[in-house]
Design a protein around this ligand. Sequence first.
Ligand SMILES: [Zn+2]
Length: 379
Amino acid sequence: MRLRDTLSGALVPVPDGPVTLYVCGVTPYDTTHIGHAFTFVQFDVLVRALRWLGREVTYVQNVTDIDESILAKARERGTDWKTLGDRETARFVDDLRALRAEPDRLVTATSCIDTIRQMIAALLERGAAYAADDGSVFFRLSASPMHGELSKLSRERMLAVSASQDDADTDDPRKEDPLDFALWRCWSGGPDEPSWEAPWGRGRPGWHIECSAINLRHLGPQVTIHGGGEDLIFPHHESEIAQSEAATGVRPFARIWMHTAMTRMSGAKMSKSVGNLVYVSDLRGRYPPDAIRLALLAHRYREGSEWSEDAVREAAARLQRLQGAAREADRSSDAEERLRAALADDLDTPAALAALEPAAGPTLVRLAGVLGLRLASEG
Ligand SMILES: [Zn+2]
């Protein structure tokens, strides 16, 4: 199988040996919209396809159960961050389960505080990070000459994107360079603010270091495939590369970077700020989960798509057609060969769905199963 690697821009074969996959998950509030679902269903098909092709895969996804946006949301709603996070994580898992897109391991950031502290200690020791007087710790960008290799953004553009983030701090006077980012944020003393002890001061981790630590703890210093939505390329994934490689000395941190395109609605990127989010939980009340899954697979992972109610209605009709064909006599034609070729060609899910069309009966049920679609009633 070959995949389009964001870093090199090339189509590269999935390296030999057991495959480790890490996909950046959600911050548990206001989940799961259809843009999230697109990413997680596509990576789920990647895992199913690799396993079908005989590869051993371990798939880890994180839950950012502590970061600045979740604290702000908890305050806004008058609840505490843990209650909000636990409740929204449970909802998210319920959506993933319905879509049959669960990872092997879903890991919370707060379960990896030890590894986060160890990585920060290693970065401080190597001069790749510095502590401010208040105990906050920042990554020293000048220690990372390759910074920018993934996003290919100019410094001006990086500054603009950084300034537009939820936790924007480009003008923080404690930083040596406005693009340095927080590895650890000191505790302000607020009773609703979670904090952990650390040699440099009591506080909580920054967002980026959480993913580097979960990778290191669960998959080791190098991951085969690292994925996520393309809106995470900068600053999140660029920062992950910088801090992971500086802390472990292993380069490259990820052999392949794989990014899913954004889902739009009525021409605009689906986002909280635009207010055009479509929630999976809402759709689940009106369409079978397999129809939602099929609608998401009708687009290729790296090509942006437009979400519409028509799309899911069409997918529901297509699902019914496939279910009808599944009850017919067995017919295989060259479906299996075409499915294999489509998936091996940079996970071309529209071509994979087209490959199913000439098949029927048990062969169709089996091949649809590779895409995570259930055509026969269970049990
Ligand atoms: Zn991440």
